[in-house]
Write a protein that binds this ligand. Structure first.
Ligand code: BTN
Length: 258
């Protein structure tokens, strides 16, 4: 199995921590080489996409961040790191679920049976036009048996979906191996990343509930461009949206307000 391209994998486990992304970014800024993994049992200030928080129960889930040095990527390639992380998680889940139950909800949420099982937050450092550093933060819901009911997207965990309890050490090992394998594809088989990502993209060529500029309706996702923007047929036009412009809803949800 491939490891980090330019470093050695070192896993640091801290029983609790504000945010693994925060600490991994500190290491990245201090010149840490690729392969450092910061894992915790409990995050009290976990960060999510678009300034949201990520809060899960103590010692039940996988919560970690990986320092990368993707200087072979241009800043405009940033979305490919999101694809790599999303595919690494999907590859891991594919050992436990049929592939048709796993979807990537644009840009990088992982769904199982239409519910969110994993969130990913990539943060980067630029040097000129290159990505000199990145932190890939992954929160995978594993053994947590229940979640608050006020989350933006309905959550699930491996425990809820499969009824079993899973060894977090084994899962982390598999996930990191998958991450290094997908990361290597960025150098050698970049087209495969886009192909595999599209094959798992939630709502591709199908009607999905979405909200654009405060208006809800059905859109049909057509793909993503190189910069990670969503291509979607919306209100009779072929549109391209960035993250702040569109919100996607679960396959089955309360449509009474639509
Ligand atoms: C999201 O879906 O909003 C992204 C959630 C990302 C959560 C992970 S948990 C490990 C890492 N550390 C953080 O503070 N956030 C990410």
């Amino acid at each position: 199995m491939p490891g980090p391209l330019n470093g050695v994998e070192i896993i640091e486990f801290l029983p609790e921590l504000d945010s693994t992304n925060r600490l991994a970014k500190e290491y990245m800024r201090a010149g840490q080489v690729e392969g450092k993994v910061v894992q915790t049992g409990y995050q009290y200030q976990g960060r999510g996409q678009q300034g949201t928080t990520w809060l899960v129960e103590r010692d039940q889930n996988l919560t970690f961040s990986v320092v990368l040095r993707p200087s072979f990527l241009a800043s405009t390639d940033l979305f490919q790191l999101n694809q790599v992380a999303a595919l690494a998680v999907s590859d891991t889940l594919a050992a436990y679920f049929p592939v048709n139950e796993i979807r990537i909800k644009w840009p990088n949420d992982i769904l199982v049976r239409g519910k969110k099982i994993c969130g990913i937050l990539i943060e980067t450092q630029l040097e000129g036009s290159r990505l000199s550093g990145a932190v890939a933060g992954i929160g995978l819901n594993v053994n947590q048996a229940g979640f608050p009911d006020n989350l933006r997207f309905p959550p699930t965990s491996m425990k809820i979906a499969l009824g079993d309890t899973f060894d977090l050490h084994i899962l982390l090992r598999i996930l990191l191996d998958n991450l290094w394998a997908r990361y290597a594809q960025l150098s050698f088989h970049r087209e495969k990343i886009q192909k595999d990502y599209l094959a798992l993209l939630y709502g591709l060529h199908m009607p999905v509930w979405a909200e654009v500029a405060g208006k809800k309706g059905l859109g049909v996702i057509r793909g993503v461009d190189h910069y990670g923007r969503l291509r979607m047929d919306w209100q009779g036009a072929a549109c391209t949206f960035d993250l702040k412009e569109v919100r996607l809803f679960p396959p089955i949800h309360d449509t009474s307000s639509i």
